[in-house]
Design a protein around this ligand. Sequence first.
Ligand code: SF4
Length: 230
Amino acid sequence: MYTEEELIPLSALQHLLYCERRAALVHVEQAWADNVYTVEGSHMHDHADRSGTERRGNLILCRGLHIRSMQLGLSGRADVVEFHLITDPDSSSEGVCLPGYDGLWVPFPVEYKRGRLRHEIGYEVQLCAQAMSLEEIFEAKGIPSGALFFGKTHRRLDVAFDSKLRELTVQSAKRLHEIIDSGTTPKAVKSAKCDKCSLVEICMPKLATRRQGARLYLQRVLSDIIEKGE
Ligand code: SF4
């Protein structure tokens, strides 16, 4: 269990799954740079982050809900949490009680993302961490699923919180704490992801690759010299 002071922003998980160096640049070195992707993303969140609760029949929508998990050591705000009323008395779903509302309700987190519908494991881990936070807050058991909502196409991708995704979420949160506690930023490894990374100017992955190349070259030359006994 983590303490209040040790909580890390839940959104850091998506950075970690994208690139560990990116997570460290943002959360260890406090570097941030907006690019078109992050600007569009934050506009989506401005829209979704409006707080408030609204009932639509058997559905309650909570926007901008503060959530946290002491087990994962994470806190943040959920864009939208839907609560679905259990109407079938034989339903196997476990619901939670909501103050001021009759019946049992199944929580269903919805996270807003920019662009077109796509699978990104970082998004799914972030959503799963939201579900696990809601389970802690409401003392609920096994929230079955949630959804990612993609702004450009207005399409939803349902995500099942199975044991594999839950385990990855636990391990990712642990790794995030390790990196932040260590206070060190992993070295850059140039990949295709760097082209869309808003921190590319700060990170300078090409330079790091060149430096690594030069270091490897020197190591090779030195070991040749040692082998030949020069
Ligand atoms: S530019 Fe590449 S290596 Fe650097 S933080 Fe971004 S994804 Fe990671």
